[in-house]
Design a protein around this ligand. Sequence first.
Ligand code: FE2
Ligand code: FE2
Length: 148
Amino acid sequence: MKIDQAIILDHAIQRDLIEQLLATEGDSEDRRHLFKRLKQELKIHADAEERHFYVPLIEIDRTQDDARHGIAEHHEIEELVEQVEEAEFDSSGWLKHAKNLADKVLHHLEEEEQDYFPKANEVLSDEQAEEMGDQYLNAMNDARKQSD
Ligand SMILES: [Fe+2]
Ligand SMILES: [Fe+2]
């Protein structure tokens, strides 16, 4: 599978978790469980995406800036995850931080899908995109096995 298609499948998981998380109320088991899953999903995706998508694109002039910007956004997302973690689960601050995180992640996924993937597809051969996709999927499979 090509790298952009493989990533889009995991973006769908993130969007679904975000939607479910924002619908939770108070300090509930649902809220704690969904936040833990989203945090884990964001982390393993960012690691695999950096290694198998962004790092190869940093080597190419036309995609270097996008790749750097994408990686910088992963760090911003990590900081927003920490802010949610530091808030009390049943406080109004928690929801505010969770919404900030959701906005940032959704913006990031949109930018990758609408802007970075089309540009990457212009500079990568089909063969390269397939190979990167396979490596990404392997990395995600390994990470999911470890977290079970
Ligand atoms: Fe990303
Ligand atoms: Fe992504």
